[in-house]
Design a protein around this ligand. Structure first.
Ligand SMILES: [Zn+2]
Length: 373
């Protein structure tokens, strides 16, 4: 077994400025300068824990390289690319598109390196150089839509990597599982009418983007039935997430028979996240990873690649990252000190109201599969 690992120090140099969490500082509005929620700390600390804990010795380092314009343009339109590029040249930088996603000078280069990092992870898996891979990239990508960035995302890293898999390796069935607490709207939109890519998003109901990620969003045209959304009530813990995985996600993957499984890996569904209201523990993430490894082993020779998305608690997130990457490499990792605290909190058992909505998503998915035949 070998697990590829992408990281570059430049990812921590992506500058999101002094916003107070979400909002640019503005003394007239009472918003004091602070630090943006999407800052370098969570990701840099995942990497340093991987190194210091010794997990790095069990991983195969994969160097990222900048995605080319042609690669970015497989997902995004030219106007979006050019705007990001132009704002990236300005001394003050710019914004990905929604006013909540500031970036500093030179951000284009780092965003291209993040997309290229996801490409290289997928490439290493498909070329058989590694069994599976984790790309710890920044900025994240799953909210970026063809014509705009948003939600701290400039370019759709994983969507660009999926196109690489289709374009270079001729793959015809790719599944993307998104467990970031927010809806994977960008990835969904990139493939909404494309039956080659099944997008599955587990996310907190009605969180971000607004009015996005409903069960009724199933794809369109030839892609009808190839988008699956499992919105989960706030307060869903390990039991609810695992039920969603077993009841809705795994059956959909098994039916689809992917040649490659990609994962948009956000740790903002973890219990101590400032933006999400879910309760996942690092052990919950480890168990979810195990389920996907099993499906990948059965359907596609274990070919699985993950690309990093959100997760904003710098103390807890590194242990979630360690659990997932340790699971990919099948290596035991040092104990998560938070597990005894968050794992003992109430809310980890599947609740009836969670079961109800997960069952509805699962039934909608299987009904769709039947009607397509
Ligand atoms: Zn997120």
């Amino acid at each position: 077994m070998s697990t590829g690992y992408v990281y570059h120090e430049m990812f921590a140099w992506h500058d999101t400025g002094t916003s107070a969490g979400l909002f640019r500082s503005d003394p007239r509005a009472g918003v004091q300068p602070l630090i943006h929620f999407e800052n370098s700390e969570t990701k840099r600390r995942i990497h340093e824990l991987i190194v210091v804990s010794g997990l790095i010795d069990h991983l195969t380092r994969i160097a990222p390289r900048p995605a080319t314009e042609d690669e970015i343009l497989r997902v995004h339109d030219r106007a979006h690319l050019e705007r990001i590029k132009a704002e990236s040249e300005r001394p003050g930088g710019g914004d990905a598109g929604d006013g909540l996603s500031p970036f500093g000078q030179g951000a284009y280069d780092i965003a291209a390196l993040a997309a290229g990092g996801a490409i290289e992870a997928v490439d290493a898996v498909l070329a058989g150089r590694v069994d599976n891979a984790y790309a710890l990239v920044r900025p994240p990508g799953h909210h970026a839509e063809p014509a705009t960035g948003m939600g701290f995302c400039l370019f759709g890293n994983l969507a660009i990597a999926a196109h690489h898999a289709m374009h270079v390796y001729g793959l015809e069935r790719i599944a993307v599982v998104d467990w970031d607490v927010h809806h994977g709207n960008g990835t969904q939109k990139a493939f909404y009418d494309d039956p080659r890519v099944l997008t599955i998003s587990l996310h907190q109901d009605e969180l971000f983007p607004p009015r996005s990620g409903y069960r009724s969003e199933r794809g369109e045209g030839a892609g009808r039935g190839y988008a699956l959304n499992v919105p989960l009530p706030p307060g869903t813990g390990d039991g609810g997430y695992l039920y969603a995985m077993d009841r809705a996600v795994v059956p959909a993957l098994t039916r689809f028979r992917p040649e490659l499984i990609l994962v948009a890996s956000g740790f903002d569904a973890a219990a101590m996240d400032p933006l999400g209201r879910q309760l996942l523990t690092s052990e919950g993430y480890r168990a979810l990873t195990g389920r996907l490894l099993d499906v990948a082993a059965q359907s596609c020779g274990g070919r699985l690649a993950m690309s990093h998305e959100g997760g904003y608690n710098p103390a807890h997130v590194p242990f979630c990252g360690l659990a997932v990457i340790g699971a990919l490499a099948r290596v035991p990792t040092i104990e998560d000190p938070f597990q005894a605290v968050v794992g003992a909190q109430g809310g980890h058992d599947l609740a009836p109201h969670q079961r109800e909505v997960i069952d509805l998503a699962a039934v909608a998915a299987s009904d769709g599969a039947r009607s397509e035949r």
